[in-house]
Design a protein around this ligand. Structure first.
Ligand SMILES: [Zn+2]
Ligand SMILES: [Zn+2]
Length: 735
């Protein structure tokens, strides 16, 4: 007689792992239970079993097994007379294997529309494979008692299913039905008017009739309306005080999505996956023009909560606007009270399952069929990333403009959900909460090291400096570079190309177009985009004509010429020579400058707008010509390029600039490679969200024989800085 003890590590909680194992092992005697960082199994058997094989064969679809340890020993007799699921063991260290929130699975979708099923049209249907997780969990141990589902007592039927090993909701922590589960309410003028299915029907009817509503989904509230209804979309623009930024939409199903946008296989795959992020895809249906404005892309999602499916079911709608309920760049609304008091909407459709932490929709884009993450939130956070050798109890605070923090546990790094611009006080409060929440959620009692950006004025950095004893500061773009090394698990020598907006540099200037070389344990800045004088400080970022004016003035020293370029702003430009300036090597600012020079955009209404519009314009022109530039001692100088563009001011220059920019970056990389002998290059920074820059440079470098690494698992923009900060500390890199 043998007994086998096994410990399974990985993403195994909240995925129906214990029930699946129970079913596979119930012919034996023993038990399965959750404990610290793993699922433990004990089996008694007359013969030796290949337990690893059994576990892998029976793992549920969303489980990810990192490793399995097992021991076999001889026993004299059975200690158990059946196979049981033991209750969770309260360990000293909490289980970290919480999963992100998941979009509705195919089986639940079928049940939702099966009139013979008892969950027919249940707007909060879930199972072991799908539904909310992180957003409703009080701590890392995913048991119903630790979630906001504990407010709902299971009815008899649900309790039976929960304890029936042959049922697919066996031990589904979020199990509920129409009788016992949370409910939807239709609220108008702060009064509940309808509930249950009537509430949903009324909301669907309203949407068909140009009404605008607030909808509570999984991690927060959306502002919703019919995406093809110009009047309703205008209303949302007015509410969000956002005239020009495109809105994300939910398509009825994948067939509709394919009609709305050009979708690659990869894009369809991720839309259908349970991550269900917003995919930025090129749109083809003209009816999307109300939500897209000047963008050729649409932010497309598939229904990820059952309520989305029901709104389509009860209406003729094909596509719904679903944009975060907030003012632009403010925190997402997730509390019912805030939603009910929200001004300007016709109705609120909410449910009574509490959201513990707000989680926005994630945004991804595919360049050359490779996933680039723009926003890391629902579906991604807080999935663990295994990093062998990383010490626990490190906290990395990330960056300010797009904030994702990161923590380390033993051999694991976890990147948090996104918070927008911290300079907004509400967002800063949210960030503050997020830090404390993360530490307690993952049971970090004492932070051994806090890592922040070197920026003297970043709020996240000042928070670290004021709160923690042991603070380590990392230069922004070096963290970007390191984030690529981390996610590619690459420890060798490497050239780093970081093309970004702005970050505080080691020399006190503003960096953003940087060439690094990592050799052994040292990262050195070997080159950069030539420093330019930037007047008007922060204001210039919001009004790119000021950047263009600064740069052209810096290049020509002729203020009259600059005034002639921007005749609408002569009074502002006149002051320029007498005002203070910064020195910057930013790549992003060059795109802003060119956009303004070409009169594409003089003033931004949202972050990076002018650069995005420049990219869209460039995509219209099919030339591979380049303009003049200069490289001197690894410093890339675009003065001549800008001068030429200021003279031409034709729209094809949008493309010429992209070509020139990539060519110069490529040439400099080649020279650095020649000098160092390194043929591995890492790409990171917000400018790589630009599809032309990423694709063109990637192709050129690959063709030249480089091994090109980039961010795909983590955001390529500032959202990925925190994991890079941890990597620098972990590797003991000398920066
Ligand atoms: Zn399901
Ligand atoms: Zn029930």
């Amino acid at each position: 007689m043998f007994a086998i003890k096994a410990k399974v590590y990985g993403i195994i909680q909240g995925v129906g792992f214990r029930p699946a194992l129970y079913n596979a092992l119930k012919k034996y005697t023993g038990w399965v239970r959750n404990s610290s960082c793993c699922v433990e199994i004990y089996i008694e058997s007359n013969r030796i079993l290949n337990i690893e094989k059994i576990i892998i064969k029976n793992k549920p679809q969303n489980a990810f097994i990192k490793s399995i340890d097992s021991v076999i020993f001889k026993i004299k007799k059975h200690a158990y007379n059946s196979f049981i699921i033991k209750y969770s063991k309260g360990d000293a260290q909490k289980n970290i294997n919480i999963t992100p929130d998941w979009g509705i699975c195919k089986k639940c979708e079928q049940e939702l529309f099966d009139s013979s099923n008892r969950r027919f049209l249940h707007p909060l249907i879930t199972c072991t494979d799908c539904g909310p997780r992180f957003s409703i969990a009080k701590d890392g141990l995913f048991d119903r008692n630790n979630t906001t589902m504990n407010a709902f007592k299971m009815c008899k039927m649900c309790a039976t299913e929960y304890s029936d090993s042959s049922n697919r909701r066996f031990h589904a922590q979020t199990i509920s039905c129409k009788e016992c589960g949370p409910k939807y309410f239709y609220v108008k003028n702060k009064q509940v008017e309808l509930k249950d299915i009537k509430a949903v029907k009324k909301a669907a009817f309203d949407l068909e009739n140009s009404k605008v509503g607030l909808l509570k989904g999984i991690g927060g509230y959306h502002l919703i309306c019919n995406a093809f209804d110009e009047y309703a979309v205008e209303k949302i623009k007015y509410i969000k005080k956002r005239e020009e930024k495109p809105f994300a939409v939910i398509a009825k199903n994948i067939e509709t999505a394919k009609k709305l946008a050009y979708l690659s296989k990869k894009e369809i795959e991720i839309l259908n996956s349970q991550i269900k992020p917003i995919v930025l895809a090129k749109y083809k249906d003209e009816r999307l023009k109300f939500v897209n404005l000047k963008s050729p892309f649409v932010g497309l999602m598939l229904a990820y909560a059952p309520i989305h499916l029901l709104l389509f079911y009860f209406s003729n709608l094909e596509c719904i606007v679903a944009t975060s309920a907030n003012l632009s760049e403010f925190s997402l609304i997730y509390k019912d009270r805030d939603a009910v008091n929200f001004d300007g909407v016709d109705f609120v459709l909410l449910h009574n399952r509490k959201i513990i932490r707000p989680i926005e929709d994630s945004i991804v884009h595919f360049s050359l069929n490779k996933q680039i993450i723009f926003r890391y939130a629902r579906g991604y956070a807080p999935s663990p990333f295994y990093l062998k050798g990383v010490k626990p109890n490190i906290l990395a605070l990330g960056a300010d403009m797009k904030n994702n923090i990161a923590i380390s546990l033993k051999d694991t790094v976890i990147l948090s959900q996104y918070t927008p611009d911290l300079s907004n006080y509400e967002n800063y409060e949210q960030f503050n909460k997020k830090v404390n929440d993360f530490l307690s959620f993952f049971d970090i009692k004492k932070v051994d090291m806090a890592i922040c950006d070197r920026h003297p004025n970043y709020l996240s950095s000042n928070y670290a400096r004021q709160t923690f004893a042991n603070v380590f500061e990392v230069q922004h773009h070096k963290a970007h570079f390191a984030s690529v090394l981390l996610e590619n698990n690459y420890t060798g020598d490497c050239i780093g190309i970081v093309l970004d907006g702005t970050g505080f540099g080691d020399d006190g200037n503003i960096w953003g177009g940087e060439f690094f070389v990592k050799m052994d344990k040292t990262i050195k800045r070997i080159g950069h985009i030539k420093n330019m004088k930037l007047y008007f400080g922060e204001k210039a970022i919001k009004e790119p004509y000021r950047i263009a004016a600064s740069y052209i003035y810096d290049i020509t020293d002729d203020i009259e010429y600059v005034k002639s370029l921007f005749s609408d702003y002569t009074d502002v430009i006149e002051l320029m020579p007498k005002t203070p300036y910064l020195i910057t090597s930013s790549a992003g600012r060059l795109f802003d400058a060119v956009s303004a020079l070409l009169n594409i955009k003089h003033k931004n209404t949202f972050e990076a707008q002018s650069a995005m519009l420049l990219e869209y314009e460039a995509k219209k022109h099919k030339t591979s010509k380049i303009l003049d530039y200069k490289i001197d001692n690894f410093v890339v100088d675009f003065s001549m390029t800008l001068k030429t563009i200021a003279k031409r001011r034709d729209l094809v220059s949008a493309r010429l600039f992209h070509n020139t920019f990539v060519e110069a970056i490529y040439e400099n990389t080649m020279s650095i490679s020649k000098l160092t002998g390194i043929k591995v290059v890492a790409l990171s920074g917000g400018v790589f969200q630009n599809d032309i820059v990423f694709s063109l440079l990637y192709k050129k470098l690959t063709k030249a024989g480089f091994n090109v690494l980039f961010n795909s698992r983590f955001p390529i923009n500032d959202g990925g800085v925190a994991v890079g900060q941890i990597y620098i500390a972990k590797e003991g890199l000398c920066v």
